[in-house]
Design a protein around this ligand. Sequence first.
Ligand SMILES: [Zn+2]
Length: 309
Amino acid sequence: MINMFDLHADLALAIQGHQNEYDGAVLRNHWLPIWQKGGIGWTAAASYFGGEEDWETMKDTILLVKNDIKESGLKQILTPADLDENDPCTTVVMTIEGMCGIKKDPEDSVQWMYDQGNRIGSLCWNDENALATGNDGDPARGLTDMGRAVIRKMNQLHMIVDVSHANEKTFWDILDMSELPIIASHSNCKRKCFVTRNLTDQQMLAMAEKGGLIGMNSCEDFISEDPDLQDADHLAEHVLYMADLVGLEHIACGFDFGGYYYEEDTGKDLFGPWQAQNFIDALMRAGLSEKDIRAIAYGNAMDFLRKHL
Ligand SMILES: [Zn+2]
């Protein structure tokens, strides 16, 4: 088994879905055995905000995640010293997906999220909010002045900026102004699957040139437009394409497993964290060396965070 670092996992939803079954510590009691089965050694713990949530709701969700990590006794990535390739005991890094609740005080809000342990964050989900414009927003609208203040503060704190879900205008606005490399935690190649959530060649090249990182997404609609080709082998094809275009060192995993909120058998081979090793097997079938597979599975994510946190 090769352990993996998953850069995007909806763990706030994964905790909320099982909150009534356990007295706190949902991550340890419910998810840890599942991670161990799939070889998830390190994972993001995302707090998701789709556009309707206010700042109080954001704070409650972030504190729920923070407290569950603590109650679960899981190790947390806060500084580069917390990254250890040799200790895949499921260590988590708190992340934010969407910051729609921030409507004033951008610097203080980012500082508060950072102080709770969040180290990666995207300004928007698909929504259009006070900071930025997501996939479903006005294509002519990008980052706002308040969004720029958020990026500056994140750069200052070394909180990593995530552009998955940003529309193209927001993507380029962020890429232009961010002083630190950015990540797209869960996005694939548009050339291989034409959906707005995937990245164009130009976007991937520009990210790579600035030292960025792209997490491969297992969501079937982002793997292929053909339902018969929405599997681990075809996600591996995105990897081969991306490696050829920008270099293998910019590729990581950001599975965005649907299995965190629908735990039924979908017949797919990469739906939940329990199936993560199917991606390793697919990379082997695609002809990648063990060294390259380890880089994609966890090494590149570790290197990136070690350099930029
Ligand atoms: Zn997402």
